[in-house]
Design a protein around this ligand. Structure first.
Ligand code: ZN
Length: 258
Protein backbone atom coordinates (compact mmCIF):
# COMPACT_ATOMS: atom_id res chain seq x y z
CA UNK A 1 0.00 0.00 0.00
CA UNK A 2 1.22 3.51 -0.63
CA UNK A 3 2.77 5.08 2.40
CA UNK A 4 2.86 8.76 1.48
CA UNK A 5 5.54 10.66 3.27
CA UNK A 6 6.94 14.07 2.84
CA UNK A 7 10.32 13.81 1.19
CA UNK A 8 12.85 15.29 3.54
CA UNK A 9 15.32 17.75 2.16
CA UNK A 10 17.88 15.01 2.45
CA UNK A 11 16.96 13.86 -0.97
CA UNK A 12 19.18 11.30 -2.54
CA UNK A 13 19.36 9.83 -5.94
CA UNK A 14 17.86 6.67 -4.64
CA UNK A 15 15.00 8.46 -2.97
CA UNK A 16 14.07 10.06 -6.21
CA UNK A 17 14.80 7.19 -8.51
CA UNK A 18 12.23 5.13 -6.65
CA UNK A 19 9.69 7.44 -8.20
CA UNK A 20 10.86 6.91 -11.74
CA UNK A 21 8.85 3.85 -12.47
CA UNK A 22 9.65 1.42 -15.14
CA UNK A 23 9.39 3.70 -18.06
CA UNK A 24 11.34 3.91 -21.23
CA UNK A 25 12.65 7.31 -22.21
CA UNK A 26 9.50 9.17 -23.09
CA UNK A 27 7.87 12.44 -23.87
CA UNK A 28 4.89 12.46 -21.55
CA UNK A 29 4.22 16.17 -21.46
CA UNK A 30 0.75 15.71 -22.92
CA UNK A 31 -0.16 12.64 -20.90
CA UNK A 32 -2.13 12.50 -17.69
CA UNK A 33 -0.39 12.78 -14.35
CA UNK A 34 -0.24 9.58 -12.36
CA UNK A 35 1.17 8.59 -9.03
CA UNK A 36 0.94 5.99 -6.29
CA UNK A 37 -1.65 7.78 -4.20
CA UNK A 38 -4.68 9.72 -5.52
CA UNK A 39 -3.94 8.76 -9.10
CA UNK A 40 -2.64 5.35 -8.10
CA UNK A 41 -2.31 2.04 -9.93
CA UNK A 42 -5.99 1.12 -9.70
CA UNK A 43 -6.90 4.27 -11.63
CA UNK A 44 -4.12 4.36 -14.22
CA UNK A 45 -6.15 2.67 -16.96
CA UNK A 46 -8.83 5.36 -16.71
CA UNK A 47 -6.59 8.40 -16.48
CA UNK A 48 -5.63 8.60 -20.14
CA UNK A 49 -6.56 6.58 -23.23
CA UNK A 50 -2.84 6.02 -23.71
CA UNK A 51 -2.77 4.10 -20.41
CA UNK A 52 -5.60 1.69 -21.23
CA UNK A 53 -3.36 -1.38 -21.15
CA UNK A 54 -2.97 -0.81 -17.41
CA UNK A 55 -6.62 -1.86 -17.18
CA UNK A 56 -7.22 -4.27 -20.07
CA UNK A 57 -3.77 -5.65 -20.81
CA UNK A 58 -3.31 -9.39 -20.44
CA UNK A 59 0.47 -9.45 -20.08
CA UNK A 60 1.10 -6.93 -17.36
CA UNK A 61 3.92 -6.53 -14.87
CA UNK A 62 4.90 -7.02 -12.14
CA UNK A 63 3.88 -10.58 -11.24
CA UNK A 64 4.35 -12.98 -8.39
CA UNK A 65 6.96 -15.59 -9.23
CA UNK A 66 5.73 -18.88 -7.81
CA UNK A 67 8.99 -20.79 -7.78
CA UNK A 68 7.21 -24.15 -7.77
CA UNK A 69 5.57 -23.30 -11.09
CA UNK A 70 8.66 -22.01 -12.89
CA UNK A 71 9.53 -24.07 -15.98
CA UNK A 72 13.10 -24.99 -16.86
CA UNK A 73 13.97 -24.37 -20.49
CA UNK A 74 16.97 -24.32 -22.80
CA UNK A 75 17.74 -20.63 -22.58
CA UNK A 76 20.99 -18.75 -23.05
CA UNK A 77 22.75 -17.10 -20.12
CA UNK A 78 22.57 -13.37 -19.58
CA UNK A 79 25.78 -11.55 -20.33
CA UNK A 80 26.61 -8.12 -18.99
CA UNK A 81 29.23 -6.90 -21.42
CA UNK A 82 29.98 -3.46 -20.03
CA UNK A 83 30.46 -2.60 -16.40
CA UNK A 84 31.30 1.06 -16.05
CA UNK A 85 28.56 3.32 -17.40
CA UNK A 86 28.61 7.11 -17.47
CA UNK A 87 25.14 8.14 -16.35
CA UNK A 88 23.37 11.49 -16.41
CA UNK A 89 21.24 12.23 -13.36
CA UNK A 90 18.26 14.35 -14.21
CA UNK A 91 15.88 15.83 -11.66
CA UNK A 92 12.76 16.54 -13.69
CA UNK A 93 10.71 17.66 -10.72
CA UNK A 94 8.74 14.43 -10.78
CA UNK A 95 11.65 12.10 -10.39
CA UNK A 96 15.30 11.60 -11.04
CA UNK A 97 16.51 9.23 -13.67
CA UNK A 98 19.94 7.79 -14.01
CA UNK A 99 20.13 7.88 -17.77
CA UNK A 100 22.82 5.82 -19.39
CA UNK A 101 23.43 7.20 -22.87
CA UNK A 102 24.60 3.97 -24.40
CA UNK A 103 27.49 1.76 -23.62
CA UNK A 104 26.26 -0.98 -21.33
CA UNK A 105 25.25 -3.98 -23.36
CA UNK A 106 23.12 -6.85 -22.18
CA UNK A 107 23.59 -10.01 -24.21
CA UNK A 108 20.94 -12.70 -24.40
CA UNK A 109 21.70 -15.37 -26.97
CA UNK A 110 22.43 -13.52 -30.19
CA UNK A 111 20.38 -10.55 -29.02
CA UNK A 112 22.00 -7.34 -27.76
CA UNK A 113 20.23 -4.76 -25.65
CA UNK A 114 21.66 -1.41 -24.64
CA UNK A 115 21.12 0.04 -21.18
CA UNK A 116 18.98 3.19 -21.24
CA UNK A 117 18.32 4.00 -17.58
CA UNK A 118 18.02 2.55 -14.14
CA UNK A 119 15.75 3.27 -11.23
CA UNK A 120 14.32 1.72 -8.09
CA UNK A 121 11.02 0.64 -6.64
CA UNK A 122 10.50 0.20 -2.93
CA UNK A 123 9.26 -2.17 -1.76
CA UNK A 124 9.83 -4.56 -4.64
CA UNK A 125 7.29 -4.83 -7.43
CA UNK A 126 7.84 -8.50 -8.21
CA UNK A 127 7.21 -10.90 -5.39
CA UNK A 128 8.74 -14.35 -5.02
CA UNK A 129 6.34 -16.89 -3.54
CA UNK A 130 4.26 -13.97 -2.34
CA UNK A 131 7.08 -12.16 -0.54
CA UNK A 132 8.20 -8.63 -1.29
CA UNK A 133 11.85 -7.66 -1.14
CA UNK A 134 12.79 -4.31 0.39
CA UNK A 135 13.85 -2.83 -2.92
CA UNK A 136 13.89 -3.63 -6.63
CA UNK A 137 16.31 -2.13 -9.10
CA UNK A 138 15.32 -1.99 -12.75
CA UNK A 139 17.88 -1.81 -15.52
CA UNK A 140 15.86 -0.74 -18.57
CA UNK A 141 17.37 -1.84 -21.87
CA UNK A 142 16.31 -1.48 -25.49
CA UNK A 143 17.49 -3.17 -28.65
CA UNK A 144 17.96 -1.53 -32.04
CA UNK A 145 14.27 -1.96 -32.85
CA UNK A 146 13.11 -0.41 -29.58
CA UNK A 147 12.14 -3.70 -27.92
CA UNK A 148 12.56 -3.37 -24.18
CA UNK A 149 14.20 -5.76 -21.77
CA UNK A 150 14.33 -5.05 -18.06
CA UNK A 151 16.71 -6.74 -15.64
CA UNK A 152 15.30 -6.65 -12.11
CA UNK A 153 17.51 -7.05 -9.04
CA UNK A 154 15.89 -7.64 -5.66
CA UNK A 155 17.43 -6.32 -2.45
CA UNK A 156 16.73 -7.82 0.97
CA UNK A 157 18.08 -6.79 4.35
CA UNK A 158 21.52 -8.09 5.16
CA UNK A 159 25.20 -7.41 5.05
CA UNK A 160 25.85 -5.06 2.12
CA UNK A 161 28.35 -6.78 -0.13
CA UNK A 162 28.29 -4.38 -3.07
CA UNK A 163 29.35 -0.75 -3.11
CA UNK A 164 27.08 0.29 -5.96
CA UNK A 165 24.01 1.05 -3.91
CA UNK A 166 25.91 3.15 -1.39
CA UNK A 167 27.54 5.15 -4.16
CA UNK A 168 24.11 5.98 -5.59
CA UNK A 169 22.79 6.83 -2.13
CA UNK A 170 25.66 9.21 -1.66
CA UNK A 171 24.58 11.51 -4.48
CA UNK A 172 22.90 14.52 -2.91
CA UNK A 173 20.27 16.28 -4.96
CA UNK A 174 19.44 18.95 -2.44
CA UNK A 175 18.69 22.33 -3.92
CA UNK A 176 18.45 21.25 -7.52
CA UNK A 177 15.43 22.78 -9.25
CA UNK A 178 13.24 21.05 -11.76
CA UNK A 179 14.74 19.98 -15.02
CA UNK A 180 18.25 20.45 -13.80
CA UNK A 181 20.91 18.01 -14.74
CA UNK A 182 22.31 17.03 -11.36
CA UNK A 183 25.33 15.14 -12.49
CA UNK A 184 26.84 14.44 -15.85
CA UNK A 185 28.84 11.35 -16.65
CA UNK A 186 28.58 10.00 -13.13
CA UNK A 187 30.38 6.68 -13.32
CA UNK A 188 28.06 3.86 -12.38
CA UNK A 189 29.62 0.45 -12.02
CA UNK A 190 26.87 -1.89 -13.15
CA UNK A 191 28.70 -4.91 -11.76
CA UNK A 192 28.42 -3.35 -8.29
CA UNK A 193 24.65 -3.39 -8.62
CA UNK A 194 24.32 -6.99 -9.79
CA UNK A 195 24.65 -10.27 -7.90
CA UNK A 196 27.38 -12.75 -8.74
CA UNK A 197 24.91 -15.13 -10.33
CA UNK A 198 22.92 -13.84 -13.27
CA UNK A 199 20.51 -16.79 -13.09
CA UNK A 200 17.10 -15.41 -13.88
CA UNK A 201 13.37 -15.91 -14.12
CA UNK A 202 12.07 -14.62 -17.43
CA UNK A 203 8.63 -13.83 -18.79
CA UNK A 204 6.92 -11.46 -21.20
CA UNK A 205 5.36 -8.49 -19.45
CA UNK A 206 4.91 -4.75 -19.53
CA UNK A 207 6.16 -1.49 -18.19
CA UNK A 208 5.04 -1.25 -14.56
CA UNK A 209 4.10 2.42 -14.92
CA UNK A 210 1.85 4.21 -17.42
CA UNK A 211 1.49 3.64 -20.33
CA UNK A 212 1.98 0.01 -19.19
CA UNK A 213 3.11 -0.95 -22.70
CA UNK A 214 3.42 -4.68 -23.26
CA UNK A 215 6.06 -6.66 -25.13
CA UNK A 216 8.69 -6.10 -22.45
CA UNK A 217 11.01 -9.02 -21.76
CA UNK A 218 11.68 -9.37 -18.05
CA UNK A 219 14.66 -10.98 -16.39
CA UNK A 220 14.19 -11.11 -12.63
CA UNK A 221 17.49 -12.22 -11.15
CA UNK A 222 17.13 -15.14 -8.76
CA UNK A 223 19.93 -14.13 -6.39
CA UNK A 224 19.07 -11.08 -4.29
CA UNK A 225 21.51 -8.47 -3.16
CA UNK A 226 21.57 -7.00 0.33
CA UNK A 227 21.13 -3.60 1.84
CA UNK A 228 21.59 -2.66 5.46
CA UNK A 229 18.91 -1.61 7.91
CA UNK A 230 20.50 1.83 7.90
CA UNK A 231 20.13 2.07 4.11
CA UNK A 232 16.53 0.87 4.30
CA UNK A 233 15.73 3.53 6.88
CA UNK A 234 17.46 6.19 4.83
CA UNK A 235 15.37 5.24 1.80
CA UNK A 236 12.23 4.93 3.93
CA UNK A 237 12.62 8.43 5.28
CA UNK A 238 12.36 10.01 1.86
CA UNK A 239 10.42 7.93 -0.64
CA UNK A 240 6.80 7.54 -1.53
CA UNK A 241 6.09 3.83 -1.82
CA UNK A 242 6.12 3.20 -5.55
CA UNK A 243 5.41 -0.40 -6.30
CA UNK A 244 2.59 -1.39 -8.60
CA UNK A 245 0.73 -4.42 -7.19
CA UNK A 246 1.33 -7.79 -8.84
CA UNK A 247 -0.78 -8.49 -11.90
CA UNK A 248 -2.47 -11.71 -13.08
CA UNK A 249 -0.18 -14.16 -14.84
CA UNK A 250 -3.02 -15.23 -17.16
CA UNK A 251 -1.75 -17.58 -19.88
CA UNK A 252 1.90 -16.80 -19.38
CA UNK A 253 4.67 -19.00 -18.06
CA UNK A 254 7.73 -18.01 -16.09
CA UNK A 255 10.83 -19.74 -17.43
CA UNK A 256 14.25 -20.28 -15.99
CA UNK A 257 17.46 -21.51 -17.59
CA UNK A 258 17.81 -25.26 -17.24
ZN1 ZN B 1 10.68 0.02 -12.88
Amino acid sequence: MPRPRKPSFLVTLLALTVLVGCAAPRDDAAEAEWDYATHGPATWGDLDPAYVLAKIGGSQSPIDIATGDVIGADLPPLRIETHLVPAHLLNNGHTVEAIAPGGAVLGFGDHAYELRQLHFHAPSEHTVDGEHAELELHFVHADGQGHLAVVAVLFVEGENERAGLESLLAVELVGHPDDELVAEFLPVDVSQLLPESLDYYTYDGSLTTPPASEGVRWFVLAQPLHLTREQIERIDSVYYSNNRPVQPLNARFVLTRR
